[in-house]
Design a binder for this molecule. Structure first.
Ligand code: TYM
Length: 333
């Protein structure tokens, strides 16, 4: 019988070790990755060179790199199926970023990046060049591995589009060198909002961590954060992004971390108040965190270091092959 050879597509994604990872990172990104492991060649990075685009304490950065790997593992990323590696361990990322800075990336595109505008705020002139150039390093991460799919939360969509534009421009100039990647964003949960301000994204770099449920938060602290989360006027439990943005966000979290979908939850809470709803939501969050942290706490630093080294070896080969080709086509070899 003829054997069918299936060529799996490659997916690439990463998280910055720049703060306490929260349920937004889990729901928007990591939970998608876990499901994709069977079907795709998966590469997941700890993008530490992205983290240094804003100031980091060296000790804390070192600790967080290990922490993010443990979070990947506790969430269900299996190092036997997926590659896990540290961005800074593979020099090709910064090398390719430089080349893309020269060929493909344009100032006009970077000026449009909303995340840069948000992060730099009033200080656009005094933030690091790295913060401005960050989407080009992200394009390099993606393009190095013939990535076809980039599973991310909604806030990264614009960056993936830029990576597509850069790849197309480079290919136009030098011939087919990069595959054109595509962002994959969940229909529900792609943008988890702050608990205290539903107009703002839940963010690991938020200075007020009461806005977020950290994956490693103390269980009772997490419960209190849910009980103190803002709600909307009225008393009905409804999903309505316009009129009930806070409730809609809490319903999304409930559905994503629990077992009931939003329409079912709305039905089940008909006639009940916000208090009952939040109490039950807090139980769901606490159960999720308890199970998650149990797994997290069993993972040793030694295991993490071995996984990162094995991952580095695997991607190094792929990245070197791509860089050879890139150096050739631009004429430095
Ligand atoms: P980062 O570290 O800010 O976030 C990691 C992932 O979590 C998603 N996310 C959210 N999803 C839903 N709701 C939220 N409130 C929320 N907050 C964060 C993000 O969309 C992201 O998927 N630049 C990237 C890291 C990166 C990368 C890459 C990603 C570097 N190179 C290459 C993909 C491919 C970042 O800063 O994500």
């Amino acid at each position: 019988m003829e054997k069918k050879i299936e060529i799996k597509k490659t997916i690439f994604s990463g998280i910055q070790p720049s703060g306490n990872l929260n349920i937004g990172n889990y729901i928007g990104a990591i939970s998608q990755w876990v499901k994709m492991q069977e079907k795709y060649n998966c590469i997941f990075s700890i993008v530490d060179y992205h983290a240094i685009t804003v100031k980091q304490s060296p000790e804390e950065l070192r600790r967080r790199i290990i922490e993010v790997v443990k979070i990947y593992l506790a969430a269900g990323i299996d190092p036997n199926k997926s590659i896990i590696f540290q961005q800074s361990a593979v020099a090709a990322h910064t090398e390719l970023a430089w080349i893309l800075n020269c060929y493909g990336a344009r100032i006009a595109d970077l000026n449009k990046m909303t995340q840069f505008k948000d992060k730099a705020g009033e200080n656009q002139e005094s933030v690091s060049v790295g913060l401005y150039d960050y989407p080009v390093l992200m394009a390099a991460d993606i393009l190095l591995y013939n990535t076809e799919i980039v599973p991310v939360g909604e806030d990264q969509k614009q960056h993936v589009e830029l990576a597509r534009d850069i790849a197309k421009r480079f290919n136009n100039e030098f011939g087919e060198t990069f595959l054109i990647p595509q962002a994959v964003i969940k229909q529900e949960g792609a943008r988890i909002m702050s608990l205290l301000d539903p107009k703002k994204k839940m963010s690991k770099s938020d200075s007020n961590q009461n806005n977020c449920i950290g994956l490693l938060d103390d269980i009772e602290v997490a419960r209190k954060k849910i009980m103190r989360a803002v709600t909307d006027s009225g008393s009905e439990i409804e999903y309505d992004l316009e009129d009930k943005p806070a409730l809609s966000n809490l319903l999304t979290i409930y559905a994503q971390l629990g077992t009931r979908e939003i329409p079912r939850l709305v039905k089940d809470y008909r006639g009940k108040g916000y208090g009952d709803f939040k109490k039950d939501l807090a139980d769901v969050v606490v159960k999720f965190l308890t199970d998650f942290q149990k797994k997290y706490n069993k993972i040793s630093d030694d295991k993490v270091i071995k996984i990162l080294e094995a991952g580095r070896k695997k991607v190094e080969k792929l990245a070197s092959a791509k860089m050879e080709k890139v150096r050739q086509v631009i004429g430095v070899r």
